[in-house]
Design a protein around this ligand. Structure first.
Ligand SMILES: [Zn+2]
Ligand SMILES: [Zn+2]
Length: 169
């Protein structure tokens, strides 16, 4: 996920580059590597390089209801500004950006997209992952995956506070 920007940094404002991304990386910190693919557009601006990426991958998630692992497509789209830390011509260090959260281009003029890809991937993962919006979940009694068929447990137990009432009905 690294792009050498030394050439682009020496070009006039408005110069652009297109890059292809095709790399496997641990993007959601689950210890697994997922193939990330897509395109990035780089634009030389007055003070930085503006990077716009449209990437996609498929991650493995665990369903919140039935605990089954399933593949979930992920779109990773972002636009971030990368600020140089050294002057590309002289090699002299540049003042650090005021915004602490800014992404930077290292002293070898390398733009490392890994951190941005990681941050945007984590944001793109649904908070409550479901294998299917109609996932039936697990039986609370026997743990059977109800997507694979009904279990033999008696149908939903009635709250004892209502039992007297049901007798009347
Ligand atoms: Zn499920
Ligand atoms: Zn059951």
């Amino acid at each position: 996920m690294q792009i050498n920007a030394s050439q682009l940094l020496q070009e006039p404002i408005g110069a652009t580059r297109e890059c292809e991304v095709n790399e496997a990386a641990d993007i959601i910190s689950d210890g697994k590597k997922y193939a990330v693919q897509g395109k990035c557009h780089l634009l030389r601006t007055q003070r930085s390089i503006l990077v716009k990426c449209a990437l996609s991958t498929e991650v493995e998630l665990t369903c919140n209801r039935c605990l089954v692992q399933f593949r979930h497509p992920l779109k990773i789209n972002f636009e971030e500004e990368y600020l140089p830390t050294v002057d590309v011509m002289s090699g002299a260090p540049l003042p650090m950006p005021e915004e602490a959260s800014s992404f930077t281009i290292d002293e070898h003029h390398i733009i490392d997209l890994s951190e941005a890809i990681r941050q945007y991937s984590v944001m793109a993962v649904p908070m409550k992952a479901l294998c299917d919006k109609d996932c039936a979940g697990l039986c609370p009694k026997c743990g059977q995956n109800l997507n694979q068929g009904k279990c033999d447990c008696p149908a939903q137990e009635v709250d004892p506070r209502w039992s007297e009432l049901t007798k009347l009905l």
